[in-house]
Design a protein around this ligand. Structure first.
Ligand code: CA
Length: 249
């Protein structure tokens, strides 16, 4: 299977700097999006610290990993995200001015026919398969808890004034609970990782349409960010699109 990816991040119109951060590691097929929070420019520090920590962890451990181990990718990603949480906490301990910073994180690791996705917070992973878009992650937000309890609809949650309140973030006090899923890749699958700067501006059906319409991954990314901007684009907006293709050789 051939894997291709593209990513794009743009600062929100009401922001002075971009607190989102993403990385694409084509060698290890590791893809990451983080959305930082905190005063001054500390959100940027949190998102970059977390992404780099996961990348370094996977880089270090993957070559030594027992590739026959069941659920290797999800185990690796889970521990990598825990280590990123520790790194963010460590940065706060070393510099009191960073106190209160935190970040969401969504990480996708592909190997063979399997994809693992780990996340904390409200950055999301979607999968486009046979023209159908599925949301693969559940937001760790107060509004999503209200949806699950039946107090808000998905659409009310998307535009709610408290939509930004996350219930889990890397860098928050104590242990962190990481959600991880592992599933089979079907050739032709397109995976989207994104920050809430996209999903608070666009509904899922709009995201699906734009993701499908791009002839290239770059076009899909540009289309998504442009569509969020056209709706106001208040928040930083980051998208990473990964496509698993049938091997051309
Ligand atoms: Ca955001």
């Amino acid at each position: 299977m051939e894997i291709h990816a593209w990513g794009l991040s743009e600062v929100g119109v009401t922001r002075t700097h971009n607190e989102d951060y993403f990385e694409i590691d084509p060698r290890r097929h590791l893809y990451l999006v983080a959305d930082g929070m905190g005063g001054h420019s500390h959100g940027e520090v949190a998102s970059r610290t977390a992404v780099q920590a996961v990348r370094e962890y996977v880089e270090d451990r993957l070559p030594q990993a027992d590739l026959s181990e069941d659920h290797l990718q999800s185990t690796l990603l889970r521990t990598a995200v825990h280590s990123a949480h520790e790194k963010v906490l460590c940065a706060i301990r070393q510099d009191g001015a960073l106190s209160g910073m935190g970040t969401t994180l969504v990480a996708l690791l592909m190997r063979g026919q399997t994809v693992a996705i780990a996340h904390v917070g409200d950055s999301r992973a979607y999968r486009l398969r046979n023209g159908h878009l599925d949301l693969l992650t559940e937001d760790h937000t107060w509004v999503h808890e209200q949806v699950l309890a039946g107090f808000l609809s998905e659409e009310q949650a998307r535009v709610h004034p408290l939509k930004n309140v996350v219930t889990r973030a890397l860098g928050s006090d104590g242990d962190i609970k990481v959600d991880v899923l592992e599933t089979e890749i079907v050739p032709g699958d397109r995976y989207l990782l994104c920050s809430d700067g996209l999903t608070t501006m666009l509904r899922d059906d709009e995201i699906g349409r734009t993701l499908k319409s791009g002839e290239s991954l770059e076009e899909s990314c540009r289309g998504l960010v442009q569509a969020a901007k056209a709706r106001g684009g208040f928040d930083d907006c980051t998208v990473v699109v990964v496509e698993a293709d049938t091997d051309a050789s």
